[in-house]
Design a binder for this molecule. Structure first.
Ligand code: ATP
Ligand code: MG
Length: 571
């Protein structure tokens, strides 16, 4: 490809509306342009990287035995009504009517459509295991589309769906996808972790997310220093903390705490660390009050709470209800004397002589003790783990915190959709049974963006070779000089014939200008052709990510590039 005839509209200035590096760089490198909030044009350079990721994904899906098909993005409402998600999905589902007033939506995911297809076509145990996938545009009317391709409204996803006769074989299908995902993200050159994830509203028994480690990541994840345990904080289990305090219970004291409401305020006022205080939260579970107790330095995990209660609606109680339940305004609640369901986090178990609200304005209690001063209904794991917590799996490790970008997600669905849509088959005894399913997604554009978050410097993107738009750029310093032109063309031809993807910068621009663009768009290998070096039969080869420069005779430079590319693409 010749730069002069190509379309790479780079920008000098950082666009003001782009908050994170990958978004800024994808705009500046001329990879994408915004059409509307969360809706982007993929320009040629951006599309090339997107296609690279798609191809890696496609190769690994095929290798794992999945079969590609393509489903429509427009989906009829009836299927979503059948699964129950027409009601549940909320505003992310973009709904509309056609000229006959029939209702449709733009597919945010394809469980309904694929299950409908399979229930019509798969009748016998002999047709399974079956795994079908597509690479296709999804639409989700996200509340806050942002960060470019990272959280778009229209975005490209690979989604695969597995169909099995029973749970055991469904688990095998899941493991195959899990291993394929490891290969995919390794091949993309990413630093990532597979973490246990909450199955959330989708239900099902097990799920893993694939998280690219990056400071800008929207997810918090933990991993153990001593074993392989890793999980999303939404899901990460906490181990009960045994008390370090063996103190005997001291007599209960009332202390005046005028206008001191928050843990921080009371802690500063009484000169006691937050971990000595008991945090008391009033919640409503299907409109019934529930009291939640946590150590002062811990945060509630609402996902764990929701899973524990299994209610339709769980929400924090308003001021009036807090007053009703505790007899005090917000900020002075405590468990002593309360008549309501009380759930205490596991870390509360070991607490002694702690401080709580006194259920009256401007009052707190000191030296409160479990069992002596109040009873609880239940202990449960309802908090977020924190950096330094003991690992719930091994006895030695502690949990470390990271930020992550979720690029892939695998799910055991069980029979949730097959039951709702009545997707069944006949087993070898002729008995009708429900199909077991799994679903497996990868955000293609998000993977490119996440890769840039991990691979850039102050000059621009530094793509790992497997997903770079081109492998090599030839910066011809002055195409008007005959020897430079001829050598550049010759190297270009030789590399292209060797299967290397080359961008020949033949523009009539100053060298500094060309180098700036080459660094910005992140091509991994650069050959600089200038008349001075050429007079000795040499060209310069620069490696983008290490900055390493070598002066090589022409044939050696070509051979070096060829072998570096071949090495990096070994799947
Ligand atoms: P998130 O929690 O980030 O909203 P999700 O859990 O809703 O994502 P899934 O339904 O699991 O996402 O979708 C599968 C994959 O699609 C995700 O792992 C992610 O890589 C990608 N993806 C999801 N939403 C978006 C989006 N708005 N823009 C770009 N990629 C997305
Ligand atoms: Mg997800």
């Amino acid at each position: 490809m010749r730069y002069s005839q190509y379309f790479i509209p780079t920008l000098k200035e950082t666009p003001a509306d782009a908050e994170i590096t990958s978004h800024q760089l994808m705009l500046r490198a001329g990879m994408i342009r915004k059409l509307a909030a969360g809706i982007y044009n993929y320009l040629p350079l951006g599309l090339r990287s997107v296609r690279k990721v798609e191809n890696i994904v496609r190769e690994e899906m095929n290798r794992a035995g999945a079969i590609e098909l393509l489903m429509p993005s427009v989906q009829p409402a009836e299927l979503w009504q059948e699964s129950g998600r027409w009601e549940q999905y909320g505003k992310e589902l973009l709904r509309f009517r056609d000229r006959k007033e029939s209702e449709f939506c733009l597919g945010p995911t394809h469980e309904e459509v694929i299950t409908d297809l399979v229930r019509r076509e798969v009748k016998s145990y002999r047709q399974m295991p079956l795994n079908l996938y597509q690479i296709q545009s999804k639409f989700r009317d996200e509340i806050r589309p942002r960060f470019g391709l990272m959280r778009g409204r229209e975005f490209i996803m690979k989604d695969a769906y597995s169909f099995d006769t029973d749970e055991k074989t469904a688990n095998i299908s899941y493991d195959k996808m899990y291993r394929a995902y490891l290969r995919i993200f390794e091949r993309c050159g990413l630093n990532f972790r597979a973490v246990e994830a909450d199955t959330g509203s989708i239900g099902g028994s097990q799920s893993h997310e694939f998280m690219v480690l990056a400071e800008s990541g929207e997810d918090a994840i933990v991993s153990c220093t001593g074993c392989a345990y890793a999980a999303n904080v939404e899901k990460a289990e906490s181990k009960p903390i045994d008390s370090a305090e063996h103190a005997d219970p001291r007599p209960l004291e009332h202390v005046a705490t005028p206008e001191k409401r928050t843990i921080d305020e009371v802690s500063a006022f009484l000169g006691a660390p937050a971990s000595f205080m008991l945090k008391t939260l009033v919640f409503l579970a299907d409109d019934e009050p529930v009291i939640l107790l946590l150590r002062g330095n811990h945060e509630l995990n609402e996902i764990k709470l929701n899973n524990l209660l299994g209610c339709k609606k769980v929400e924090m109680a308003g001021d009036e209800i807090v007053l009703n339940v505790t007899g005090a305004p917000v900020g002075f609640a405590g468990p002593v004397g309360l008549r309501a369901k009380i759930i205490a986090d596991l870390a509360v178990k070991g607490m002694k002589n702690f401080i709580t609200g006194g259920n009256a304005r401007d009052l707190h209690l000191k030296n409160v003790n479990l069992n002596r001063d109040f009873q609880i209904t239940q202990f449960a794991d309802i908090r977020n783990v924190v950096h330094g917590d003991l690992c719930p799996r091994c006895d030695t490790g502690i949990l470390e915190m990271w930020r992550g970008i979720e690029v892939g997600h695998v799910f055991k669905l069980g029979t949730k959709y097959s039951k709702a849509l009545k997707a069944s088959y006949l087993d070898d005894g002729g008995k009708e049974r429900i199909i077991f399913m799994g679903c497996y997604g990868i955000g293609i554009g998000r993977t490119v963006a996440a890769c840039i978050e991990q691979n850039h410097d102050q000059n621009g993107i530094s793509f790992p070779l497997p997903i770079a738009p081109f492998h090599c750029i030839i910066s011809a310093l002055n195409m008007k000089e005959e020897n430079v032109r001829e050598a550049s063309e010759a190297i270009y031809e030789q590399l292209v014939s060797a299967g290397v993807e080359v961008l020949l910068d033949d523009r009539d621009e100053r060298p500094g200008f060309k180098f700036k663009d080459a660094d910005l768009i992140g091509i991994p290998l650069r050959i600089v052709v200038g008349s001075k070096n050429l007079s000795e039969g040499k060209v310069e080869l620069k490696i983008r990510n290490t900055g390493e420069v070598s002066l090589l005779p022409l044939p050696e430079a070509v051979e070096k590039v060829r072998s570096l590319v071949a090495e990096a693409l070994k799947g």
